[in-house]
Structures are given as C-alpha cells and as structure tokens.
Design a protein around this ligand. Structure first.
Ligand SMILES: *[C@@H]1O[C@H](CO)[C@@H](O)[C@H](O)[C@H]1NC(C)=O
Ligand SMILES: *[C@@H]1O[C@H](CO)[C@@H](O)[C@H](O)[C@H]1NC(C)=O
Ligand SMILES: *[C@@H]1O[C@H](CO)[C@@H](O)[C@H](O)[C@H]1NC(C)=O
Ligand SMILES: *[C@@H]1O[C@H](CO)[C@@H](O)[C@H](O)[C@H]1NC(C)=O
Ligand SMILES: *[C@@H]1O[C@H](CO)[C@@H](O)[C@H](O)[C@H]1NC(C)=O
Length: 175
C-alpha cells in the first residue's frame, strides 16, 4: 500500500525473473505432462487431454478426445453431438430421441419400455379390468378392442354391449 516506486520496480524484476525460471523449468516437464498444464488446446468442457500423440499429430505429445456422445478432434469448439438415432435408430425397438451428448428410446402408445431401456413390449390392456369392456376384450399389438357375444352389439362407447333389440329400438326412436 505504501510501497515506493523503487521497491515496486525490484519486485517487478524479481517477479519477471521468477516467472521466466518457472516457465523454463516447466518446459522440460511439459514434454511429459502437458495435459496437467493449461497450455493444451483441448476443449475444456467437451474433451479430455490424453498424454501421448495420436497418429494425426505426432509433433505434440498429447491429443484431445471428445467425451462420449460427441465427435471431433477434441480441440476447443471441435466436439459436436453425435446423432445416435441416425444409426439403426440407436438400437431402439421403436422411437429414438436424440439429445445433447446422448439419446433415449421411447415407445409408441400402447407399448411399455422393458428394463433394457430399448425394447418396447405390447401392453395387454385386457389384463386390467377387462379393458373396460362389458363382455369380451381382445388384445392387439399396441391396442385392444371390445367385442360382444351373439345377440349383442357394441354401443358407441366401443365398450358396452347391448341387446340388439334395445339398440334397434333406440335407433328407430331417434329417426
Ligand atoms: C474440426 O476440425 C476439423 C479438422 O481440423 C475441421 O475439418 C472441422 O471443420 C472442425 N469442426 C468444427 C466444428 O470446428
Ligand atoms: C452403427 O452402429 C453399429 C452397431 O452399434 C456400429 O458397429 C457402427 O459402427 C455404427 N455405424 C456408424 C456409421 O456409426
Ligand atoms: C434404464 O434407465 C434407468 C433410468 O434412467 C436407469 O436407472 C437404468 O440403469 C437403465 N437401465 C439400463 C439397462 O440401462
Ligand atoms: C334392453 O336390454 C336389457 C339387457 O341387455 C334388458 O334387460 C332390457 O329389458 C332391454 N330393454 C328393452 C326395452 O328391451
Ligand atoms: C337407449 O336410449 C335411451 C335414451 O335415449 C338410453 O337411456 C339407453 O341407455 C339406450 N339404451 C341402449 C342400450 O343404448
């Protein structure tokens, strides 16, 4: 705070000298441990610095590797999201949703995801409360239908079976 100019100058010179020697000392070390320094140009968020030169870059003794789900040379700004869904729908049995750095599988309506997070299985709607059908429930892939026994017809709600007489009586009463 109350330092005079002379003291500051000495401090500056000493500081510079100290800085230079530090860097010099580091330069030998750098050849082996550049990843530990902040002097590599790997993307700080999307890549990791790996010791040892890749085939493409033999001059330096490090290379950059993009994180899983990203592709590129790993240099700053050079890792981009891989669209996993573009290749065989990402291994999803039905729908594939690409996300930043990843992806997920989804199922169509009437299907449920298996524990492997990839395979969609049909939901048997008839297994629960007969699918809401008043008589017969027929499970189909992704859906189900209600059916009626002889002498009955399915009403407009697609669930309730009513006697043909009732149904025709209602129709005729409307007309
Ligand atoms: C990544 O680097 C490669 C090779 O240097 C270059 O062709 C490409 O355009 C770069 N991509 C981005 C997104 O910077
Ligand atoms: C597509 O996926 C298969 C199996 O996961 C993999 O072997 C192949 O390299 C991928 N192809 C591309 C272009 O990513
Ligand atoms: C499926 O996803 C859940 C939730 O994200 C996760 O906890 C589980 O480990 C995943 N299972 C497999 C086999 O990947
Ligand atoms: C309508 O059908 C039901 C059985 O489904 C029967 O009990 C009822 O008597 C019928 N009504 C008429 C008016 O026929
Ligand atoms: C017939 O119509 C009446 C009145 O519109 C309704 O209350 C009844 O539920 C209908 N019956 C059937 C079997 O649809």
């Amino acid at each position: 705070m109350n330092m005079n100019k002379r003291y500051l100058k000495v401090l500056f010179l000493f500081g510079s000298f100290f800085y230079v020697t530090t860097v010099d000392a580091q330069q030998c070390d750098t050849q082996e441990h550049i990843c530990a320094t902040n002097r590599h140009d790997c993307d700080p968020f999307l890549a990791t610095c790996v010791e040892g030169a890749s085939n493409a870059d033999t001059k330096t003794n490090y290379h950059c590797v993009c994180q899983t789900g990203y592709q590129g040379n790993g240099k700053i700004g050079n890792c981009s999201d891989i669209n996993e869904c573009a290749n065989r729908t990402g291994g999803c049995s039905q729908l594939c949703v690409n996300t930043e750095g990843s992806y997920r599988c989804q199922c169509r309506l009437g299907f449920i995801m298996e524990k492997d997070n990839r395979t969609c299985s049909d939901i048997n709607e008839c297994a629960q409360e007969n699918g809401g059908c008043s008589q017969l429930c027929v499970n189909t892939k992704g859906s189900y239908i209600c059916e009626c026994t002889a002498g009955f017809v399915l009403s407009q709600d697609s669930q309730t079976c009513t006697g043909k007489l009732n149904s025709s009586m209602n129709k005729s009463s409307i007309q």
